[in-house]
Design a protein around this ligand. Sequence first.
Ligand code: ZN
Length: 386
Amino acid sequence: MRFISATQLFSGKDFLNSDSVIVLNTDNSIEDIISSIDIDPTKIEHFEGIICPGFINTHCHLELSHLKNTIPYHTGIIDFGLEIIKNRNTIPEELQLDYMQQADTDMYQAGIVAVGDISNTKLSIQPKKKSSIFYHTFVELIGLNPERAASVFDAGRQTLTQFIIKDLACSLAPHAPYSASPLLIELISQMCLQTGNPTSIHNQESKAENDFFNSKTGDYLRLYETLKLSLDFFNPTNKSSLESVLPFFQTDLKTLLVHNTFSSQQDIDIANKLHPNLYWCLCPNANLYIENTLPNIEQLVKSNCIVTLGTDSLASNTGLSILDEINIIIKHKPSIPLKILLKAATYNGAQFLGIEDTFGSFEKHKTPGLNLLQKKSTRYTITKIV
Ligand SMILES: [Zn+2]
């Protein structure tokens, strides 16, 4: 048994009293949290810094790990997407697996204990099975043409089955408002609700996404032209992308909105009114990489949105570290309280993935992992304790 104290202990939900001590069993589960007066001080291991639970990365694409340093900065989302399509299968699968394996190891060492991972194929099953990290895979479906909804859904279910038979947590997820028809979203969200799983969608990553829905104008027309896909069936809604697609998600379904870079206050207000189970995932390093901008995080926090953090993929990030995401938010948005960011990085992510009985907070019988954060000039560094 270990007795661990620190300058500050963050439980996953809040900072604990400064005399709190975590009692850790040999299997790294939390036996109890006690006051230091109840224990012989020579038994206490004290750490300088903040100790918090292991991090939850709610948005990653392990499959794109081989695309590190491939795509230039600040291309904007359309050209970024086209580069992904062009580059994703240029190396053999065995090599892609090596990169995934390395990315998984890096995440583990960066104090990440659970990941919500977007997958388009079954390729990531192998590294996920071997990993010490808990993965929930979102099998991502793409199909804006409603006529294709049934066949895309069936293909998605087949991929999903591959994860299920390997005993990996998984569910279906539509890629983005501009790439999933209302019918496809309805099929996915009904299935997720039936199986008691969350879903996820990229949301408002660019201004062009809103233009596309509002008036069927903007850069997405170029994307579909380049891909030689007809948009005859698509009618503008005179609304933002989020407002247009949110009604097709079941309101009881835990739904992760990823990026939210161009979500307005009106979007946030309408979304929160329409859907009581939304989680808002921030991937600030990817936003700076692709669009060179950040979401209005202050607005999301003020509107009581449940915020989580994600790294996105190595195609749009230099590393897969939740602490790097925290550091970049602190740098650009110093008014956001650290407590909000730490809760986003731990408890909120665990709650979204439905793994809060094990991860995300220091409570009896949980095995959340322990990260030590230490401030070195303006950045926090991390040491994984367990
Ligand atoms: Zn993504």
